[in-house]
Design a protein around this ligand. Structure first.
Ligand SMILES: [Zn+2]
Length: 476
């Protein structure tokens, strides 16, 4: 017996000698966790868990998005799809019994893509390229446009080439998104100038058309559209995006023959502005009804794919945040609005109208949140507010499972809530999901419902509901 005890203590001693650091750090972590948990408000802990449980088991966000994508489809401003989505989201929120459901009238740009675009390398094998006109682009002449191509990597390259090398040609902006960025928004941001400012810059030097390598992160051949804007006083020239592999084909052809010509045919047109709407659903605050918390996404999308991630998901999440409050029987102290903004993609008219009316009606906006970065696994929130508010938000992080929201970063918002921030100084929040897949799909025919994972989408809904719950309960 004694021997056995001796033996055991020797073993224990040996184990302790081998693993002291490990055991100590485990113990510290456990103690830290216990301390943190002890500090947490049990009611809040329970409610946050209920948000997640409810979202993950009932999947109502996913069901709504299914309808929006598969029964209505894409929703470019001024289109039939956009009009249907306005009526349908108003109906959904009315049937849920939100305290108020209403629309704000807004006139929107009315751009039509027209017939399927054609881009073809002329001569040799007459290679067809995958192509999409950039949003708001003008058409080519009816019979199409054929011209030699000058390839550049950056807008600045045009200046050194000058009119002599550019006049009468199609400029090909071929700089790919920089894959070294871990956050793909930065890769997108670093390449998108070719799309937004490229056409006018090329036209300034006499170019007759522009094609760009699609601004995205996939290596496939699916072209990505997106808005371009023409500068006043410079001729408007047709502009289109090529699929990644098609851009490779064009650059190879130019290496073999610098006089390679491209044929481009597009019939897009911009019609008169069309009437449309922002759609708003409200839960009225029980203590501070005049203090408004906005949660929004944009209901319009590009006219390819479903606009599932961009931004059907953000709109359906916004509705479902209110729905979760309602289902859990939480009466918010402040007024919480779900806003489906119209026309983020090619004009931000909905966001501007929302801010204009807020100012006109002397509304008191506490804070506004936008979800417009895809239906992917939640990671964090970006917050544009003073430091004390950001510190307060960070104090709520222990309530989140670390596999969902793990950080609050300084700086964030959204295109649609930007005008509210600029007009009234309203603090803003951007919901940040994982970014790895967003720019594979963004603005392309690949942004369809089947690419949305229900759990990821619902985790987003519950994460946003949780943050809004804290803001409503404790203020800024
Ligand atoms: Zn978007």
């Amino acid at each position: 017996m004694k021997n056995i005890i001796l033996c055991l203590s020797t073993t224990l001693l040996a184990t302790c000698l081998i693993l002291p650091v490990c055991l100590q750090s485990q113990a510290t972590q456990l103690a830290e966790q216990k301390n943190k948990q002890a500090e947490l408000n049990l009611d809040d802990t329970k409610i946050i868990k209920q948000f997640f449980d409810e979202a993950l088991t009932t999947r109502e966000t996913y069901d709504l998005l299914d309808h929006l994508c598969n029964k209505i489809g894409h929703r470019l401003s001024g289109s039939e799809g956009a009009a249907k989505a306005v009526e349908w989201t108003a109906k959904v929120m009315t049937e849920y019994g939100f305290d108020k459901v209403y629309k704000q009238d807004v006139m929107v740009p009315n751009w039509k893509r027209g017939e399927k675009e054609v881009a073809r390398i002329v001569g040799g094998t007459k290679t067809n390229l995958t192509v999409l006109a950039l949003g708001m682009s003008v058409a080519t002449p009816g019979e199409g446009l054929t011209a030699e191509v000058v390839e550049v990597q950056a807008l600045e390259d045009l200046e050194s080439l000058g009119e002599e090398k550019i006049k009468g040609r199609i400029v090909f902006y071929n700089r790919a998104a920089d894959q070294r960025h871990i956050q793909t928004g930065a890769a997108y941001g670093g390449a998108v100038d070719q799309r937004s400012a490229g056409p006018s810059m090329a036209a300034k030097y006499g170019a007759v058309g522009v094609v760009i390598r699609s601004v995205g992160t996939a290596f496939d051949d699916v072209p990505h559209t997106g808005v371009t804007s023409y500068k006043d006083g410079i001729p408007k020239i047709p502009a289109a995006a090529l699929g990644f592999q098609s851009a490779d084909l064009l650059t190879e052809a130019l290496k073999k023959n610098p006089n390679t010509k491209l044929f481009l045919k597009m019939s897009c047109q911009t019609l008169e502005d069309a009437p449309s709407h922002n759609v708003i659903g409200e839960l009225t605050g029980s203590e501070f009804p005049d203090e408004i918390i906005t949660i929004g996404g944009h209901l319009d999308s590009w006219d390819v794919g479903h606009g599932a991630h961009d931004d059907g998901a953000g709109c359906m999440q916004s509705i479902q945040v209110l729905r979760l409050f309602q289902k859990l029987g939480i009466k918010p102290k402040r007024t919480i609005r779900a806003v489906m903004f119209m026309n983020e993609e090619n004009g931000t008219r909905g966001g501007k109208k929302y801010a204009e009316l807020a100012e006109k009606n002397k509304e008191n906006h506490l804070i506004a949140l936008e979800s417009d970065a895809g239906a992917f696994t939640p990671r964090g929130f970006g917050v544009t507010a003073d430091d004390s508010t950001i510190d307060k938000f960070r104090s709520w992080l222990p309530y989140f499972n670390q596999n969902t929201i793990s950080y609050i970063k300084k700086g964030g918002g959204g295109v649609d809530i930007g005008p509210l921030h600029r007009t009234l100084g309203t603090p803003t929040i951007g919901f940040i999901p994982d970014s790895q897949r967003m720019f594979d799909l963004h603005h392309s025919p690949s942004d369809v419902f089947s690419t949305v994972h229900p759990r990821e989408l619902e985790l987003g809904t519950a994460s946003i509901a949780s943050l809004i719950y804290f803001i409503d309960k404790y203020g800024l």
